[in-house]
Design a protein around this ligand. Structure first.
Ligand code: HAM
Length: 426
């Protein structure tokens, strides 16, 4: 006997979840295409070295790495940004900037499985390559706003920071980039004591300032300007705080949703250089999306300096968020028809079925004997079908169908020529 369970941490996705995941990605694609983004489809397997440099300790540790039959050290992608940047350098350097790309694809992380944390999951994301403007960051939030609106999701909250603030301070204190990555990793894991311990080895590090900065949490953009003034930050860092103030002020005036500025917030991936953010919803203690600015990644992979920004949303987690908030009901509005034929006239039944499908009804055809009819109507009712459309001898001869609305219980005959307009009225 074969073991029928999937490998630990991996999932079989069945209806209705699979239907919801499809709708969730389709709506995302509709929104990002409306913003002018084009799709890229990177390969699932990449050379390990692509992710080794800047994935951060957490993700590096959880990568599926192996040798292929040619002896190459490869991995299953833990995310898609690095692949998209690689594709950009290989094939799109000559394109006018910014290059606006989106993707929907699976990613793999060997993490401890729990609700919403899987070893294979789907991400849908955008990368805006070659644009360092404030608007490019703002556009990410506008996309989020429009996408969540299309899902009916209003109760989300965005946590924002600019990793340039801490990196700027660390640099003035003489902390190398690698050690900065490590401290930010500790901050991401909420291991503040460990972060302070590393910093305390640097004679120039101002631990009080670090403490003050990382205690700032506010929903009011003006407050971070005040903090910046009162703490007398180095001018470079002050400029970064001002930029964070500007972007969050715009987020407020353009209604991108609730947000909180948290100057202690860091992200697991080590390639971020500027603005970073994560999206959460009530009742789900894991983020449903995250992103930020990565101005050095193209250069790190051998391309020219290219400021870039982007985000990725978890498809399964978006579904869990909608489900938790009771928002899945309106997601799939398709109406289902059970077309039952008591006669074996495949041609007439196909004409009726095609008419219904062309009008957008999801139509299932079943040929049954009279004795099985009531069982099938009961099944249709249980499975959420809205209509039963019946074809018997009489309907066939008169070019008609008998319709039963399973919700209102209306029943009557309709001419084939009246379908499907009349069906919609019943
Ligand atoms: P990330 O925050 O590592 O960012 O992942 C983005 C989203 O993928 C998360 O917010 C979450 O919804 C989903 N996700 C991550 N791990 C899992 C998991 N084990 N199971 C289910 N869902 C998961 C990135 O990957 C960056 N590439 C985002 C980005 C794009 N930054 C700039 N551009």
């Amino acid at each position: 006997m074969f073991k029928v369970e999937p490998v630990r941490g991996l999932r079989d996705v069945l209806p209705p979840e699979s239907d919801f995941l499809r709708v969730i990605t389709k709506k995302f694609v509709d929104v990002v295409r409306a913003y002018g983004y084009s799709e890229v489809i990177p390969p699932t397997i990449e050379l390990f070295e692509l992710f080794a440099a800047k994935s951060g300790p957490e993700i590096s540790k959880s990568m599926y790495v192996f040798r292929d039959k040619g002896g190459r050290e490869v991995c299953l992608r833990p995310e898609l940004t690095a692949s998209v940047v690689r594709m950009y350098i290989k094939s799109m350097l000559a394109e006018p900037k910014p290059v606006k790309l989106f993707y929907v694809g699976n990613a793999f992380r060997y993490e401890e499985p729990q609700l919403g944390r899987y070893r294979e999951f789907y991400q849908m994301g955008v990368e805006l390559i070659g644009d360092g403007s404030l608007y490019s960051d703002l556009e990410l939030f506008l996309i989020l706003r429009d996408y969540y609106r299309s899902l009916g999701l209003t109760e989300y909250s965005i946590k924002v920071n600019d990793v340039g603030i801490l990196r700027g301070l660390f640099t003035t204190w003489g902390v190398s980039e690698d050690v900065q990555d490590l401290i930010l990793h500790y901050m991401d894991k909420k291991m503040y004591n460990e972060a302070v311990e590393v910093l305390s080895k640097y004679g120039n590090a101002d631990l009080n300032l670090f403490n003050e900065i990382t205690n700032v949490r506010t929903e009011v953009p003006e407050e971070i300007l005040e903090v910046s003034k009162s703490l007398r930050l180095p001018s470079g860092v002050e400029g970064i705080v001002r930029r964070l103030y500007e972007i969050t002020s715009l987020m407020k005036s353009l209604n991108v949703g609730k947000f909180v500025i948290d100057l202690s917030f860091a992200r697991g991936l080590a390639y971020y250089t500027g603005l970073i953010f994560e999206v959460t919803v009530p009742n789900l203690n894991i983020s449903i999306g995250g992103g930020g600015r990565y101005d050095n990644l193209v250069e790190l992979y051998g391309g020219p300096p290219t400021p870039s920004t982007g985000f990725a949303l978890g498809v399964e987690r978006t579904y869990l968020a909608l489900k938790g908030l009771g928002l899945t009901d309106n997601l799939i509005s398709d109406e289902k028809v059970m077309l039952i034929s008591l006669v074996n006239d495949y041609s007439y039944v196909d004409r009726v079925a095609s008419t219904l499908r062309d009008a957008g009804y999801i139509t299932t055809v079943r040929y049954v004997s009279k004795g099985k009819l009531s069982d099938l109507v009961g099944f249709a009712s249980k499975k959420g079908f809205k209509y039963v459309v019946l074809i018997g001898e009489k309907e066939l001869i008169q070019s008609k169908v008998t319709v039963k609305n399973l919700i209102t219980r209306w029943q009557g005959e309709l001419n084939l020529s009246e379908l499907p307009q009349s069906l919609g009225e019943q």
